[in-house]
Structure formats: structure tokens, C-alpha cells
Design a protein around this ligand. Structure first.
Ligand SMILES: [Zn+2]
Ligand SMILES: [Zn+2]
Length: 383
């Protein structure tokens, strides 16, 4: 079968997932990503197609969330009065916004469309840049996330015939939602590489969080120290994720591709450049083919350099998925469009200048060896 790849767009008929002008999660990050992918002409309408999202149904959202929570999200977003703080809403990270349910259901639906494309065999790989809202819990909003679209996509695939899923989360923050939601579910392997929870939201993601009951050993965390750079981060991902995912042999690989690991990101303190994303993209792509029959569902995630980094990072990932060789120099039309519409100057190349050598490499290697000692034996892997 020739490989088909899909880019899932937000589509029309739903309000934007927008917490307001003061909030760091700006919807423009997703639209500038579509625009950059388009200006690079990666979508050819044939083997690389673009499809519109639909909104998730209540029944689909209830695969992960509770009835009570859906009622709260609908009520809060339509201006009703209620004790919304009980569900994690309030000023700051998770302000209530108009039509919050409709917007959040569209993001979740976009990840379901990606999951449907891959599980049905219509596409080998599918990418939903608007998704990756990995902090939402069953009954609580958290960290800018209302509905947990990666967890919903995973639950949807398990409900539609998949028997094992691997989830790899490279956002700078711990992927605490999917981990918690599937903590006792032995069908879901979660692996999260993130900045150490002692130094960053949400304060979890330690090595000893390994799952419970029959699922012990299926939840894996690689907490790296602040200032970790490209080489050590890529080496950590490479030493832990491929052996585990290969031995797990999932039906589908799901990845959350947050790029708030970038050295210029205002919300966290890792020191990656876009070169790390290029290497992670190649690694995850190879892994999808080696371990999951090529079935790869990818979502966006965090990333708060909304114009300077996010579109470049996700274009790098999508070009890898699509097998497209693209020039390092960004299309002039895109650079000009961003300048014109947003009055912000952006880099003119996908590649960043290399960062100076790091002194954290030994500390990262020590974390990696602790992770391997903790979880590899449960998978029959040598440490
Ligand atoms: Zn994040
Ligand atoms: Zn491929």
C-alpha cells in the first residue's frame, strides 16, 4: 500500500479554542502552522491530504470524562452560574470562555478524526496540530486543557478494535492526563519525557509513577533537569522509548508533540533547538514503522513561542511524516504574512543556531539509567 498521510484541520462551524487575549495558548499558533505547511506545499492532495475535523460527540467525550464534568463545561461556557472552580475553572490557567464546550469538543473531534484515519487504514499517519491537551483529567480542567484529546483518541481506538496503544509525549510538561486516565489500564503504555516536576508544572512525572495493578510498568517517566540541551534530550528519548515501544508492539503509536521544550519558550527551562525536533521526528517515524505497522497518530501540544517556534517545529514533524524534503529557508510569503498580520518578526530558517555545549549531560544520563533500571525488567529488556 502506498503511504497516505493526513493533516487534520480545525474546520469551520466551531468556535476557536481561545482562552482570551491575555492567555499564552494563542489559537494563531495552529493557524500559522497550517499556513507554513501550505506555503511549503507539503499537502499535495494525493498521498498527502488535508481533512477537516468534526466535533466529538458527548458519547465520545464520555469515553474519558464524566457526565458531571461535561455538564459543567457546557454550563460554564454558556454563561450559567455554578461552582466551576470545583472543576478546575477560574482566572489564570483555565478561565471560562464562551462556547467552551463547543471549542473543546472540536479539538477532541480533530484527534478522533486522526485516530479514525489511522485505525481504519485510510492513512498511515495523521496529525492534529490543534490537539495534545494532555493535562485535562476525567473531571477537571488543568494547564489550559479542557477535554483530554489524546486520551479520548486512545480510548476511542480501544473502543474500535485496537488492543494495545503506545503513547509518547515529548512536551516539556509531564503528560499527566493520559497517565492518570490509563494508570491502571494494562493496554496503554505511556512514556513522557519532560522537565523535572520538582521545577515545573504539573509537579508530577517521577520515575516511581509506574502504573498500578496489572498495569505496573506501563507508565514511564523521564524527568530531565532544567537546561537539558539537544544531544542529551534526544539521547534520553532514544535510549528509553524505542526499546519499550518495540517490545510493546502497539497497534498504534500516539505522540504528543509539544514544543515548549524550546530554549526560547517563556513557560519552561529546557534548552532545545529545532534540530532536536528534526531528530525526534525521524526517531518517532522510524518507530511507528518498526513497532506499530506504520500506524501513527500525532497531536500538537504546548509551545508558547506561538509565531517564532511552534509553526516551524510542527512543520518539521509533519514534513517528516509526509516524507517531504523541504528547504531550510522558510517560504518568503509566510515570513511576510506573519510580519504583516501579527507585527512580529520571525526566524527565516527552520534550523536554529546551535546552542553552546551543555553541562547537564551527566545528570540526564543518570536519570536515563534510573528509568531503565525501574521499568525495563518488567518488559523483559536488559538494563
Ligand atoms: Zn507543555
Ligand atoms: Zn511513514
Amino acid at each position: 500500500m502506498s503511504e497516505r498521510v493526513e493533516l487534520v484541520r480545525y474546520g469551520s462551524g466551531a468556535p476557536l479554542y481561545d482562552h482570551g487575549p491575555e492567555h499564552p495558548l494563542r489559537p494563531a499558533r495552529v493557524f500559522l502552522t497550517y499556513l507554513l505547511i501550505d506555503d511549503y506545499r507539503i499537502v499535495d492532495g494525493d498521498t498527502v491530504a488535508s481533512v477537516d475535523a468534526r466535533s466529538a460527540t458527548d458519547e465520545e467525550l464520555l469515553l474519558v470524562h464524566t457526565e458531571r464534568y461535561l455538564e459543567a463545561v457546557k454550563g460554564a461556557g454558556s454563561g450559567a452560574r455554578g461552582s466551576w472552580a470545583t472543576f478546575g475553572f477560574g482566572p489564570g490557567d483555565n478561565p471560562v470562555f464562551p462556547r467552551m464546550h463547543e471549542a473543546s469538543a472540536r479539538v477532541a473531534g480533530a484527534s478522533i478524526v486522526a485516530a479514525e484515519a489511522v485505525l481504519s487504514g485510510r492513512a498511515q499517519h495523521a496529525f492534529n496540530p490543534s490537539g495534545g491537551l494532555h493535562h485535562a483529567m476525567r473531571e477537571r480542567a488543568s494547564g489550559f486543557c479542557v477535554y483530554d484529546d489524546p486520551a479520548i483518541a486512545i480510548a476511542w481506538m480501544l473502543d474500535h478494535g485496537a488492543s494495545r496503544i503506545a503513547y509518547v509525549d515529548v512536551d516539556v510538561h509531564h503528560g499527566d492526563g493520559p497517565q492518570a486516565i490509563f494508570y491502571d489500564d494494562p493496554r496503554v503504555l505511556t512514556i513522557s519525557i519532560h522537565q523535572d516536576g520538582r521545577t515545573l508544572f504539573p509537579g508530577t512525572g517521577f520515575i516511581d509513577e509506574m502504573g498500578s495493578g496489572e498495569a505496573i510498568g506501563t507508565k514511564v517517566n523521564i524527568p530531565v533537569p532544567p537546561s537539558t540541551g539537544d544531544d542529551a534530550w534526544v539521547a534520553a528519548l532514544e535510549e528509553v522509548a524505542p526499546p519499550l515501544v518495540r517490545s510493546w508492539r502497539p497497534d498504534v503509536l500516539v505522540t504528543q508533540l509539544g514544543c515548549d521544550t524550546h530554549t526560547t519558550d517563556p513557560l519552561a527551562w529546557l534548552d532545545l533547538t529545532t534540530d532536536a525536533y528534526r531528530r525526534a521526528a525521524a526517531l518517532l517515524h522510524g518507530l511507528a514503522h518498526d513497532a506499530a505497522g506504520g500506524r501513527w497518530v500525532a497531536t500538537g501540544g504546548g509551545g508558547y513561542q506561538w509565531a517564532r517556534v511552534v509553526p516551524r517545529a510542527w512543520t518539521i514533524y509533519f514534513a517528516e511524516m509526509a516524507g517531504a524534503a523541504i528547504p531550510d529557508e522558510l517560504p518568503h510569503a509566510w515570513v511576510e504574512a506573519v510580519r504583516h498580520e501579527h507585527r512580529i518578526s520571525v526566524p527565516e530558517f527552520l534550523s536554529d543556531a546551535p546552542m553552546p555545549a551543555h553541562d547537564r549531560d551527566d545528570a540526564v544520563a543518570e536519570v536515563v539509567s534510573r528509568v531503565k533500571r525501574a521499568v525495563f525488567p518488567a518488559h523483559g529488556l536488559a538494563v
